[in-house]
Ligand binder design. Structure first.
Ligand SMILES: [Zn+2]
Length: 157
């Protein structure tokens, strides 16, 4: 008759394994296969989405219109479409490159300084190819290229 023993002694600390996840390494170890698979899935979805987008927009028509105003509007719409398309093509290329890096085993490593890209950054931008510091440097350079100095423009006129 003494089968009614209390079995409520589960509260012992068996959660020690949690501590083994925080290893004190400064150089992060390679990503787990699970994480890589997740990034691969995200990137593949992105590539599929962008491929559909860019294919859809391939036929940016060049219509001639008799109405000058219409023509100007059409031209600016075309310019917008082209720049959107340009951006999407860029993203597509970046996403494909990131998939390639997953295959190569260099995913998550800055292509510039070989440092690890912060995991948080990868979650936000899975196709990031640079760490945040190098990315900022690249962005600064791009701005300079995209905005030619007024001096150059003045001479061309
Ligand atoms: Zn870097």
């Amino acid at each position: 008759m003494s089968t009614g023993e209390n079995r409520s002694t589960i509260s012992s600390d068996e959660r020690e394994s949690k501590a083994s996840r925080t290893r004190g390494k400064s150089k992060a170890e390679p990503m787990t296969q699970n994480e890589l698979n997740r990034f691969r899935a995200i990137l593949t979805a992105k590539v599929v989405e962008l491929e559909r987008f860019t294919r859809h927009r391939e036929g940016i028509t060049v219509e001639r219109s008799a109405d000058q105003l219409e023509e100007i509007q059409a031209a600016s719409q075309r310019a917008l479409a082209v720049s959107n398309l340009d951006r999407e093509f860029n993203q597509l290329r970046n996403a494909r490159a990131a998939l390639h890096r997953i295959q190569e085993g260099s995913f998550g490593i800055c292509q510039e300084c070989d440092d690890d890209i912060a995991p948080k950054r990868l979650v936000a931008v899975p196709w990031a190819q640079f760490c945040i510091r190098c990315q900022e440097a690249v962005d600064r350079n791009l701005e300079e290229i995209q905005a030619p100095s007024p001096d150059l423009l003045g001479r061309a006129a």
